[in-house]
Design a protein around this ligand. Structure first.
Ligand code: ADP
Ligand code: MG
Length: 621
């Protein structure tokens, strides 16, 4: 061919500056684009061989070689795929790829500047090379009989040049003459890092060579190792994967030393294509924030981590890889949100996850109980975020109780029916509420443990779903359960008197006073906090200044145990005004002790308590 110059027919004066500016923040992806073009070229060639369109070469290995050369400032991508003829270069590179890039820009022009709004920048493909290069050269030889090698050179303007090439073997080499701003891409480690991120599971073996690396004398040439894994586990049939393979894949991809708890292998061919594996990680400790990582792939090409538009947000607490070949990933995120396909994919994943959990719940209950600590936050968050998930999973929600059992809400309510109907008692802090837990155990009662940060929201959610059931913390309204069956017969008059004695001393600190006959005689008084007021106070604390000027104090009730000897004696003492000071000290002491058991004294109160204790001891001497 004689040297040929041409003009790329585009309407936009020069799109390269725009491409550069726009994609600046995510420059790395040009490497992914060029490698995936190489993979496509290899797949096309293989298909032709399979179809008998061309004779393959016995034992030929397909590969993509990336060569870094710092001295020449070049980065080369070589494949032994289908190659291109002169006409094809004209058509696919000069016309189509260009107009594709142009279309793309046209469509999303308004979004320029909002880089983050575009997933992966798919679609720019070949021309993304100009993000890092001043000049791009293609040398290609088509598989077609008698094809001649072609060279195409473009220096980032609208003009290009075509000529004969000296390429001898089938395939394509794209040479990037790296620009000043992009010198990073001449570092072998940097290129390796990007390939490992975006191309770790591409279907053709990828090798990286440094043309400038000095070969050490006498050192034996090591056979190179491919950077990628060409057949990731998610592509295998679930029935052909072993537990060991699942675990190894997990550890390798997510750099975790621990085995995952369990996993879900997604494998759908119809009505859409979806493959992937989702893992439930084991939490290192109970304080660890759950941080998942779900990688999204498009035909084995990595797109991005944690894309909320495709994967329901709560599933992002898991770890996994999802490959959706059908997704239009070259479009903006807001488009994905409204895409019907995306909605269906999302629904399918939710259903699969719920099915798996329900199946472990039904068939391997012991294991499920054991996993619960690790999966509960995920499940609770999922229920709150996604009604459909809650509807599917609700019968498999369990609670650990203070008596070391794992029960469903139904189990719990059934067992408690006689004593407190439709009321669920819970503990949010095993230490602070230890006193009440002890009491519950003495009464042969059970309470569930809700100690994770999400539980507050979760019980509100459950109460909203089932308006009959009410959740009460163990230190809230105990009136149903505390009363001794063989109640002491005390007249209302008598009760009023006891209340008055206490109220005169303790005053407004308690919203309410109640005289009960508690089973355990040793407890003189107990402090209860109204569930409603406590939740309001907690909410206020959570949202800080939002409810300016409003104040929700916790409403406390003092329960006085008429069976307790201290109470009885102090009431007798109070008959005589001479004992006033003593009575006051003892009552304050008794109430403070109850508050201490609840870890509810502030610094000043504690100070007073200690002073008073010492004074009381002095009196005993
Ligand atoms: P896409 O890959 O989405 O088609 P690109 O801009 O990445 O868009 O590539 C445009 C076209 O150029 C490809 O469809 C292909 O026909 C051709 N092409 C690019 N790179 C190669 C290659 N390494 N080997 C053969 N053909 C290629
Ligand atoms: Mg491409």
């Amino acid at each position: 061919m004689s040297n040929k110059k041409g003009n790329i027919s585009i309407h936009t004066e020069n799109i390269f500056p725009i491409i550069k500016k726009w994609l600046y923040s995510d420059k790395d992806i040009f490497i992914r684009e060029l490698i995936s073009n190489g993979c496509d070229a290899v797949s096309k060639y293989k298909r032709l061989v399979t179809m008998g369109e061309t004779n393959g070469i016995e034992g030929e290995n397909f590969k993509i070689l990336i060569s870094v050369n710092k001295d020449n400032k070049t980065l080369k991508f070589t494949d032994n795929g289908i190659g291109m003829t002169e006409e094809e270069v004209e058509k696919y590179i000069t016309q189509i790829a260009f107009s594709g890039a142009e279309d793309f820009l046209e469509k999303y022009k308004e979004k320029i500047g909002e880089e983050n709004d575009i997933i992966g920048h798919f679609g720019l493909g070949f021309y993304s090379a100009f993000m890092a290069a001043d000049k791009v050269q293609i040398d290609t030889l088509s598989y077609k009989k008698d094809a001649k090698p072609v060279r195409w050179i473009c220096e980032g303007g609208t003009e290009y040049e075509m000529d004969d090439s000296d390429r001898e073997s089938r395939g394509t080499t794209i040479t990037l003459f790296i620009n000043e701003d992009s010198k990073d891409f001449l570092e072998e480690y940097k290129v390796r890092e990007i390939i490992s991120k975006y191309c770790a599971f591409m279907p053709v073996e990828i090798f990286l060579e440094n043309e400038c690396a000095e070969k050490k004398e006498g050192e034996e040439e090591k056979s190179p190792v491919a950077i990628n894994d060409v057949s990731p586990l998610w592509l295998k049939k679930p029935s052909e994967c072993t537990d060991e393979e699942y675990k190894a894949f997990y550890k390798k991809v997510f750099h975790d030393f621990e085995d995952p708890l369990f996993w879900i292998h997604l494998n759908v061919d119809y009505p859409f294509n979806l493959k992937g594996i989702l893992y439930f990680p084991k939490l290192k400790n109970e304080f660890e924030l759950v941080q998942g990582e779900v990688k999204l792939f498009n035909n084995q090409v990595f797109v991005a981590d944690n894309i909320k538009e495709v994967i329901p947000e709560f599933l992002l607490l898991l770890k996994g890889a999802i490959d959706c070949p059908d997704l239009p990933l070259n479009v903006s995120r807001s488009f994905l949100q409204n895409d019907r396909e995306v909605g269906r994919i999302s629904k399918h994943i939710i259903k699969k996850v719920a099915d798996k959990l329900n199946s472990i719940f039904t068939n391997e209950r012991e294991k499920y109980n054991e996993f619960w600590d690790d999966i509960q936050v995920f499940i609770k968050y999922g229920c709150i975020r996604e009604e459909s998930f809650y509807e599917k999973i609700k019968d498999s929600i369990i609670f650990k109780t203070i008596n070391d059992k794992h029960v469903t809400l139904k189990d719990y309510l059934e067992a408690a029916k006689e004593k407190h109907e439709n009321k669920v008692f819970y503990v949010s802090d095993l230490e602070k509420q230890a006193q009440y837990i002890k009491l519950f155990k003495e009464y042969g009662l059970d309470a569930i443990i809700l100690a994770t940060p999400i539980d507050n929201n979760f019980i509100s959610f459950l109460e909203y779903k089932d308006t009959v059931v009410k959740f009460n913390r163990v230190d809230s309204d105990l009136s149903d359960v505390l009363k001794d069956k063989e109640e002491v017969e005390t007249s209302q008059e008598e009760k009023d008197k006891i209340v008055k004695v206490f109220k005169d001393v303790i005053g407004e600190k308690m919203k309410d006073y109640k005289v009960e006959s508690l089973k355990n005689e040793n407890t003189p008084v107990m402090v209860l906090v109204s569930e409603y007021s406590r939740r309001m106070a907690e909410m206020q604390a959570q949202f800080g200044g939002m409810s300016m000027g409003m104040n929700f104090p916790e409403e406390r009730t003092l329960v006085i145990n008429e069976k307790n000897p201290i109470v009885q004696k102090v009431i007798n003492l109070s008959e005589d005004d001479a004992n006033k000071e003593r009575v006051e000290n003892i009552l304050k002491q008794v109430v403070d002790l109850a508050l201490i058991g609840n870890k509810a004294l502030n610094a000043k109160e504690l100070d007073e308590f200690i002073k008073r204790s010492n004074e009381l001891m002095l009196e005993l001497l």
